[in-house]
Ligand binder design. Structure first.
Ligand code: MIG
Length: 898
């Protein structure tokens, strides 16, 4: 997009009055950054000329880093091509290791100024240049290292205390059996549990092993420069990385640099943008079987997958690492040097958690650490309709009527910023919506809920109650001189609540009552990176802004998380009988405790449709199970075909909402006429028919922290062989494989079929993997496969979840191979609130000539909700067709192979 057009667009959308405020704030922010520089500068975070220009010279410590990481030529160039002014130092030699109940405490000698080079040993790339790391001072003080097992498969490693008050749930961890094995002098120390072995070398390198001896990860001792921390890890040639929160990147993050700094990319973004709204310093590592990696250098590949005796070449099952650090950071995952991952943090200490194991296992443990997602209300899994913005009231009523007219199911309509009075959060424009409560009530009668947008910026307006209250409560972020920080957003100059303070959260959380009282059912939290308008520089608060927990540098990445905590806890207090529904643009580790997210302002193009699939998979691998993207894309105009393809993919995503930017044509299911309306209706109805399955997956997410949308490697965890994940294909739970069409004009697509037997959802044709098959994908269909052994519960689609049919449940049986069995769950409850629930379990067994279904009841607090339950057999010839069964029955049907 042309610069000028962008400029004009932004002037129009923010209003001419705001332009002056924006220019003023841009200048003011620059001044504040100069006036209150961070204690240690971190120019490497933003590799952009205006920032880099202020960096002077190259220091020797940087040379040490370049050398240690094998950067070519030993010059002080960092991942962004910048020179570092910092002098980095490592902790030095281990002086003493003392066993503690959960592990060990390590002390280091207070080292000489010129002692040793960080992590440079003889076989180190770059070590042969022999340059000393002159000037490396131990300004990190006498370091200690704490190794503490919270569980046999979860170790907390603390090199330097993290930010006090980091929002992680409190938890009492049961005792862990830890064996402390001092090695022969000069060889280091070993800590061992049933699930993990950690080796500490005398020079403070840490290595993590499976108890069997396979190496999982090898770290250099960290480097410190003032408050900055640099942590490096040696990579295996066949290692893959996933996670880091929301990334406009492939599912495999290897080879890129990613920044931890929640940022509004400014109304439009696409593949490669980094960072975007929601970053989480967590990643999963998987090491591939070597077979698929002829290209990788043997020496590199050999680092991993070789057991202590150097015999086995099994790939490791992988691990998860979570850095408990909210400060700005940059994660280079093998970009500057393919064999090194380098993590730099601008302050915030160095504490991280290491969990060995395959994806399902490590994410479950990670959820123990950062919290499990609560079960959302059922209606949240219905279809949502949105645009920027539907108003006035009559238009919203018309919208609801259109759904009825077109016979398309819908559960929620979202109101974007125009419902507010002059963009004042928690107010309603009385002209546009004279009776919001009346509207909400009438919509509710049609099964439709209202969701309203909420922005954190509070308009600086002495006549506005919230601004006055905020001042009285001293709820707003201030500068070091005590002045309230003011920055422009939609309402013009705004103050920003400090959600890191519990009293502020309580005050803010109570405000949702104003909208709840009017019948609003859910909340859409936008702009909470926090985003502000700027003409240049970072579109957020100045780094010097103060919060209860620290400066903005420390709290920025937590801002959205804390805002959602305020909302969630407020809603629980205000309406204890209903489950909150919150969808938030920004967040951090643990967001899943409070809110969903969506990929926000992607462009309406094919590349972005494809990108959002990988982004959503990555969010799931970062502990955020509930997300989705704007159907049709946000910025720009979707073609009818793009809209339909986007809708088809999203019908299988947790958050299923159409949305579009101000000034674009509507993106509603009927906006494009026939045949598009019919296809959209069919897919939305298909979604509603799958709600029993989808809701059961949501329950599973709540129990285990597992994503609903999973990468294809999810079920291959024992023997990962997939070279690189398929970025445009995903599993919805265990039973469904979804292969959206992301190519314009395509009428078929190649589908990766994972190992085992699968069925084509549309034709019941059996497919055997591993294979890649080309399947039909005319406009009205995207390839979907069902795993053999699945029991897919489906119901009659209704006009909304409120009107759901309890008339009939169909258990769709997809027989396993002869001699094998499969299983499925069904979770049911009232769909909202905290009342009784029920879990039914099904086991399918296939023998020669028959398929057996056993209905194993597990919990029974909630009565079986369906009047009639029937079984439909797929993929075999069954003389008797569908038939009714009763809860807890055993049914055996004679079948013939197709
Ligand atoms: O500065 O509220 O991502 O979904 O429609 C843009 C207007 C503010 C950004 C959100 C988008 C929303 C828009 N918001």
């Amino acid at each position: 997009m042309g610069r000028l057009r962008r400029l004009v667009e932004s002037v129009v959308s923010i209003g001419i009055g705001n332009v002056v405020a924006v220019l003023r704030y841009t200048r003011e922010r620059k001044r504040l950054e100069r006036r209150y520089p961070p204690p240690t500068p971190f120019p490497w975070l933003w590799p952009r000329p205006e920032v880099g220009a202020t960096v002077v010279g190259a220091a020797d410590g940087a040379t040490a880093i370049a050398r240690a990481t094998g950067a070519s030529g030993g010059v002080a160039a960092g991942p962004g091509g910048f020179r570092f002014a910092e002098t980095w130092a490592d902790p030095g030699q281990v002086a003493e290791v003392v066993a503690t109940p959960r592990g060990a405490r390590v002390r280091f000698a207070v080292a000489e100024a010129d002692a040793g080079q960080p992590g440079a040993d003889a076989d180190e790339p770059g070590a042969e240049t022999g340059e000393p790391a002159a000037g490396a001072t131990r300004d990190c003080g006498p370091a200690t290292l704490d190794l503490s097992f919270l569980a046999p498969d979860l170790i907390e490693v603390t090199w330097r205390a993290p930010l006090a008050g980091l929002p992680l749930p409190e938890r009492d961890w049961p005792e862990v059996d830890v064996e402390f094995i001092p090695a022969p002098p000069g060889e280091g120390w070993i800590l061992r549990t049933a699930a993990l072995e950690v080796h500490l070398a005398p020079d403070a390198r840490l290595s993590f092993f499976e108890p069997g001896g396979r190496l999982l990860r090898e770290e250099w001792p960290p480097l410190f420069a003032g408050e900055n921390v640099c942590h490096r890890v040696r990579l295996a040639g066949c290692e893959r990385f996933h996670g880091l929160g929301e990334r406009a990147s492939p599912v495999d993050l290897r080879g890129g640099t990613y920044r931890m700094w929640n940022r509004d990319p400014g109304g439009a973004y696409g593949p490669g943008a980094d960072p975007v709204y929601l970053s989480i310093p967590i990643y999963l590592s998987r090491t591939m079987a070597e077979a698929g990696h002829e290209g990788s250098k043997a020496s590199e590949a050999g680092q991993r997958g070789v057991d202590a005796a150097g015999e086995s070449r099994n790939p490791s099952p992988g691990y998860l690492v979570f850095y408990a650090n909210s400060h700005p950071a940059s994660f280079d995952l093998g970009k500057a040097d393919p064999s090194v991952a380098e993590h730099r943090f601008a302050g915030g200490g160095l504490r991280y958690y290491f969990i060995p194991g395959p994806a399902a296992q490590v994410l479950e443990r990670y959820a123990d650490l950062t919290g499990k997602p609560p079960l959302p209300p059922l209606w949240a899994f219905g279809y949502h309709q949105c645009r920027w913005s539907y108003y006035p009231e009559a238009r919203v009523r018309k919208l609801a009527a259109d759904f009825a007219h077109h016979d398309i199911p819908v559960d929620a309509i979202h109101l974007d910023i125009h419902y507010m009075d002059g963009y004042r959060v928690f107010t309603v424009d009385k002209t546009r919506f004279p009776d919001l409560a009346g509207l909400a009530k009438d919509l509710a009668a049609q099964g439709i809920r209202l969701v309203t947008i909420c922005d954190p910026g509070v308009k600086r307006d002495p006549g506005y109650f919230l601004y006055r209250e905020g001042l009285e409560e001293e709820a707003f972020c201030t500068l070091p001189d005590g002045e309230v920080v003011i920055a422009p957003v939609w309402p013009g100059p705004c103050a920003f609540p400090d959600f890191s303070h519990p009293a502020v959260r309580e005050w803010w959380g109570g405000q949702y009552g104003r909208l709840l009282g009017a019948g609003v059912a859910g909340f859409w939290q936008d702009m909470n990176e926090p985003a502000t308008f700027v003409a240049a520089g970072e579109p957020t608060l100045p780094l010097a802004a103060r919060h209860a927990l620290g400066d903005h540098r420390a709290v920025h990445n937590l801002y959205g998380l804390f805002m959602n905590q305020a909302a969630y806890e407020g809603l629980r207090r205000l309406d204890p009988e209903r489950r909150p529904f919150i969808v938030s643009r920004s967040g951090w580790a643990g967001l899943q405790r409070y809110a969903w997210t969506w990929t926000a302002d992607v462009r309406s193009d094919w590349a972005c449709l494809r990108q959002t699939i990988a982004t959503i998979i990555g969010l799931g691998l970062s502990g955020i199970p509930f997300s989705g993207s704007d159907v049709g894309g946000f910025n720009g105009e979707a073609t009818p075909e793009l809209y339909i393809r986007w809708l088809q993919a999203s019908a299988f995503m947790p958050f299923f909402r159409s949305h579009t930017m101000i000034g674009t044509p509507d993106q509603a299911p009927w906006s494009y006429g026939e045949p598009y309306t019919t296809i959209a209706r069919d897919f939305i109805r298909l979604r509603y028919s799958l709600l029993p399955y989808i809701y059961t997956l949501a329950w599973e997410a709540a129990e285990k922290g597992w994503p609903m949308v999973r990468p294809l490697f999810w079920s291959e965890a024992d023997a990962p062989t997939r070279e690189s994940p398929d970025d445009d294909t995903f599993l919805l739970g265990d039973s469904l494989l979804v292969a959206p069409v992301t190519e314009e004009g395509a009428t078929s697509r190649e589908v990766p079929v994972p190992a085992g037997l699968w069925y084509d959802f549309w034709t019941d044709r059996p497919l055997r993997g591993p294979a890649r098959v080309r399947l039909d994908a005319p406009l009205g269909r995207i390839p979907v496969l069902v795993r053999a052994g699945a029991v897919l519960p489906r119901e009659e689609p209704a006009s909304s979840t409120g009107a759901r049919g309890t008339e009939r449940l169909s258990l769709h049986l997809y027989p396993p191979e002869v001699g094998a069995s499969g299983a499925g769950h069904l979770y049911t409850d009232r769909g909202d609130g905290y009342g009784p629930c029920r879990l039914d379990r099904f086991v399918v067994t296939r023998r020669q000539g028959e398929v057996e279904l056993r209905w194993v009841e597990s919990e029974r607090g909630f009565p079986w909700p369906y009047r009639r339950t029937e079984v439909t057999l797929h993929g075999v010839r069954d003389a008797r067709g569908s038939r009714a069964v009763e809860p807890s029955s055993v049914w055996v049907g004679a079948v013939e192979d197709l």
